[in-house]
Design a protein. Structure first.
Length: 346
């Protein structure tokens, strides 16, 4: 969170510069004013376990309400132009995904799931299509708008253990309802020694604080002289593929996970229907009765002997993850009392 605050200070500095430019350009018209806003809505996510997060009615034809996670936010807005204003804001959201919700048999076989909270600090430039150079009480009754800017966000994907894991490995879990943080586990081999990661072409550890580019559209409606009603939908282009702790494409070698990391890393890395194996005194073993068929399935799960030709991919590393918000709310104009006499209402 400290890094998040430092980056937010940088965003605030950018906003101050923009405000200074706008204030100098329009101060003679005394148009400038501040407003504050509050919004609520839903969080949307697009990634390897997205379950149609942006279109929850797609897929198997059912509306998966658990793909619609809540969000809320606050903004401070500085209006310095008839069409343009800048704002700083904070958004808190939650998102998640599960292969069990997918209509794809491949997704169901992979059997991964996660959830995460998401905190965002953002600085944005907003352009309203309809405007006036008069005071705020003469603003258009309604207008569509677009916006973009820069965001810093923090996330932390977690997952639950299988019930049989808790029984089989009681020392590894408190209980089956406990959500486990996935990033420290290195489920794709991120926490293995560098030489092992290089040999198997495994990824580097990822950060939980990242930057994103917000972009969105909305509409504003003036309820009265000082209060506006707003509705907007937005996307965030991120530069990480780990909002869901899944990138892939390869499964790491489970024996290496057990030797170099932990039992938890071993278990959470591969939850697929191919993973018919467990942990014994001598390391990885196959469940009784599984025989050679299970070993062949297991080999096909994480790849050939060199780990480079997986038959079942853990994820798609060619596309970065996205998230966004659909929110409605109100803004309240803060009247500074600075008015140009010729524009004052009689």
């Amino acid at each position: 969170m400290l890094l998040l605050m430092k980056e937010f200070v940088k965003l605030l500095s950018i906003l101050v510069v923009l405000c200074g430019i706008g204030n100098e350009a329009f101060s003679q018209k005394k148009y400038t004013y501040f407003s504050v806003g509050a919004m609520i809505g839903t969080t949307h996510y697009l990634g390897d376990l997205d379950d149609n997060g942006f279109s929850p009615w797609k897929g198997d034809g059912k509306l998966h309400l658990n793909t619609l996670r809540p969000s809320f936010g606050f903004t401070l807005n500085y209006h310095f132009n008839p069409h343009i204003y800048v704002r700083i804001g904070f958004n808190q959201g939650w998102y998640g995904g599960a292969d069990s919700l997918s209509g794809s048999t491949i997704r169901k076989s992979r059997n991964l799931h996660f959830r995460s909270a998401l905190s965002e600090a953002t600085a944005q430039v907003v352009y309203e299509f309809f405007g006036t150079d008069r005071l705020y009480e003469y603003r258009p009754k309604w207008t569509p708008y677009i916006f973009t800017g820069l965001s810093v966000f923090h996330f932390n994907p977690k997952a639950q253990p299988n019930a049989d894991w808790v029984k089989r490995y009681p020392n590894a879990f408190e209980n089956e309802d406990k959500w486990v943080e996935l990033k420290p586990l290195g489920t794709e081999g991120q926490t293995m020694p560098d030489v092992v990661r290089q040999q198997q072409e495994l990824p580097d550890p990822y950060g939980l604080t990242q930057i994103a580019i917000p972009m969105g559209i909305g509409v504003r409606y003036a309820i009265n002289k000082k209060i506006d009603l707003k509705a907007e939908i937005s996307l965030r282009k991120t530069f990480t593929d780990y909002l869901d702790d899944v990138s892939g494409p390869n499964y790491p070698n489970p024996t290496d996970l057990l030797n170099y990391t932990s039992e938890l890393s071993f278990l959470f890395a591969d939850r697929s229907s191919y993973a018919n194996y467990g942990i014994g005194r001598e390391g990885v073993y196959f469940f009784p009765g599984s025989g050679e068929d299970a070993k062949n399935i297991f080999k096909g799960a994480y790849g050939d002997a060199d780990g480079k030709s997986p038959k079942l991919l853990r994820g798609n590393s060619n596309q970065k993850d996205w998230f966004g918000f659909f929110q409605v709310g109100i803004t309240y104009i803060l009247d500074t009392g600075a008015k140009c006499p010729r524009f004052r209402k009689q």
